[in-house]
Write a protein that binds this ligand. Structure first.
Ligand SMILES: *[C@@H]1O[C@H](CO)[C@@H](O)[C@H](O)[C@H]1NC(C)=O
Ligand SMILES: *[C@@H]1O[C@H](CO)[C@@H](O)[C@H](O)[C@H]1NC(C)=O
Ligand SMILES: *[C@@H]1O[C@H](CO)[C@@H](O)[C@H](O)[C@H]1NC(C)=O
Length: 553
């Protein structure tokens, strides 16, 4: 089954010895999809059919598409190209190379397709067709499809979210069905992920360094091609590139940082058919993401089960969708009573992924705490210190388990936990958290939206994350539990946080918070990471305190 899917995913064509490469540079991929990678459409003559089939949306603020090619054949390769536009009155185009010519020898050539929008808002499909003659009888035909978004109103430009927010405003309690046709085949838009891990190792590619080739990707490819099976990994590099920001030198990985092969397999393992998912009501809604309650009728099961469905709105950008998937699959495969891993994922052609989570009465913890505080009907449900400690203990055990698996969560907070009526707590991934709790994330001048007020000082300053930075965030989570989800450092500007912390300021002791519990928090916020407790120590502290609390009951 897996193999079949894999074969479906990557139809490889080997046109003999006349090679060329055609790819999008890193800058181009970042511009279009927000990912840090190059995207190869043709690598050494092998066509990535899968990537080519994908219709890439071109945001309103992008007016030029750049392609790079490289002739590896040792002689000029003639090409012809043409552009086909669905609605010529809304969009015109121009190329800065001629429509017929030769892919030059000697290095990379980048060329651009400029897109000129007409005077009105439109979504225009365009198709760029290229024929490259490898020999008199062999021609490689490529057809790149793009969907250009033209917005007349320039004020929307640059804010995809604004554009997205307008789509599909729906009222809460209604019944929603997954209106996606029952095309239950696995047409899979795993595309974004493939791009994400599709990283070009220049040495291996260009010079076919035998040393490099012997370990890993390239040799694996030729074996797989030879036997004609399992080519799924061909385009994937064995490891994700370390993101520039993840400078942590420890052997701990971030939650969503597992090798791409594993990630790719994870997706295949838990793919569910979308027609088996029924959306019932909106649970939470952000600008581009939504959480639905729904039901999932598993194959072979007699009754459907309740699920929560995280998904992105139709017009979410590719990078938002990629992030949703990457973060949503972070906990997959882990099993602990205090963790809520994803149950299934549905990725179908050209629509946003659905992530399914088992729904067994758990609610988002931050919303639960806020409701406890603001409850207008009836008396507020005050949490006792004992309850707070019990909840904290469960969360701590969940993180301890993660750390034993050598994973760092990096975004521990009440918003990324769920709790049920019996106050059982589970830690979840942070997929959509930025969107659903925008007030908890800030950009400090860069493009990175970070949970500034939950970050340890070293994460804030150097973007380093470790088990000790999870401990810091756990301290803030404890503080949220005791304040019923107040915003931390509400009076401090996000830009001031680093100097505020460096000057030794920390969150204040909440009213009604016992000294012992506050001491645990304060211990988590030690300036030096070495001085902070481990989760095992935290669990001992909290357990001791819990014993004290219950001794005389
Ligand atoms: C042309 O295509 C055929 C198969 O269609 C292949 O066997 C042959 O190697 C190709 N020749 C070149 C020069 O690419
Ligand atoms: C590419 O070749 C096919 C036939 O081989 C032809 O129909 C098509 O028009 C060509 N496209 C371009 C852009 O030259
Ligand atoms: C086409 O334009 C792009 C800039 O938009 C430039 O980088 C590229 O070198 C140009 N290519 C040619 C062949 O002129």
């Amino acid at each position: 089954m897996l193999l079949k899917l894999a074969v479906l995913l990557f139809v490889l064509v080997r046109p003999g010895a006349s090679y060329f490469n055609l790819f999008l540079s890193q800058a181009e991929v970042r511009k279009l999809m927000g990912l840090q990678a190059e995207l190869f459409y043709v690598r050494e003559g092998v066509i990535n059919e899968y990537a080519i089939k994908f219709v890439v949306p071109v945001p309103a603020q992008v007016h030029k598409l750049h392609f790079t090619w490289e002739n590896l054949a040792g002689r000029p390769l003639p090409y012809t190209m043409s552009v086909d536009i669905s609605n010529p009155s809304a969009l015109s185009s121009s190329l800065n190379i001629s429509q017929a010519g030769e892919i030059p020898l000697g290095g990379l050539q980048t060329w651009a397709l400029a897109l000129h929008c007409g005077p009105y808002d439109a979504e225009v499909d365009l198709s760029l067709r290229i024929n490259v003659s490898l020999s008199r009888r062999n021609t490689t035909s490529l057809d790149f499809r793009r969907k250009k978004i033209c917005l007349k109103d320039k004020s929307n430009i640059g804010a995809e979210e604004v554009h997205v927010a307008a789509s599909g405003s729906s009222s809460g309690g209604q019944v929603f069905y997954a209106a996606i046709g029952c095309a239950c085949a696995f047409i899979a838009a795993v595309f974004v992920l493939i791009v994400a891990y599709y990283v070009r190792d220049k040495k291996t590619r260009r010079h076919r360094d035998p040393l490099q080739e012997s370990r890993g990707l390239s040799s694996a490819c030729s074996v797989e091609r030879g036997t004609g099976v399992g080519p799924a990994q061909t385009f994937l590099s064995p490891e994700t590139p370390p993101p520039a920001s993840a400078t942590s030198t420890s052997t701990y990985r971030r939650l969503d940082d597992r090798p791409s092969r594993e990630l790719h397999e994870r997706i295949q393992e838990i793919t569910v058919q979308r027609c088996r998912v029924r959306l019932l009501s909106i649970e939470m809604e952000g600008t581009f993401g939504r959480v639905y309650r729904g039901s999932y009728h598993e194959e072979g099961a007699s009754t459907p089960r309740d699920v929560l469905v995280k998904t992105a709105a139709e017009h979410a950008s590719q990078s938002q969708v990629a992030l949703l998937l990457r973060e949503g699959l972070a906990l997959y495969g882990l099993s602990h009573p205090a963790l809520l891993p994803v149950l299934g994922v549905s990725i179908e052609d050209r629509s946003a992924p659905f992530l399914l989570y088992p729904h067994t009465g758990y609610k988002n913890m931050k919303r639960f705490l806020l409701r406890c505080k603001l409850s207008s009907e009836g008396p507020p449900r005050a949490l006792t210190t004992q309850e707070v400690v019990e909840m904290a203990l469960q969360a701590a055990k969940g993180v301890q388990y993660l750390h034993r698996k050598r994973l760092v969560h990096r975004d521990l907070a009440a918003r990324n936990c769920v709790v049920d009526d019996d106050l059982r707590v589970q830690i979840t991934d942070n997929a959509l958290a930025r969107d659903l709790f925008p007030q908890d994330y800030h950009c400090l001048g860069d493009n990175e939206n970070r949970p500034i007020k939950w970050l340890a000082i070293e994460s804030l300053l150097n973007k380093t994350f470790s088990t000790a930075s999870d401990v810091w965030a756990f301290g803030v989570l404890l503080w949220e539990l005791t304040t019923l989800a107040q915003q931390p450092y509400v009076e401090v500007d996000a830009f001031e946080m680093a100097s505020y912390l460096r000057d030794g300021y920390r969150l204040a002791q909440p009213i009604n918070c016992p000294d012992e519990l506050f001491a645990v928090m304060a211990y988590c916020w030690a300036m030096s990471a070495d001085e902070r407790p481990t989760f095992s120590q935290l669990i001992v502290c909290l357990q001791d305190f819990h014993t004290q609390l219950t001794r005389y009951v």
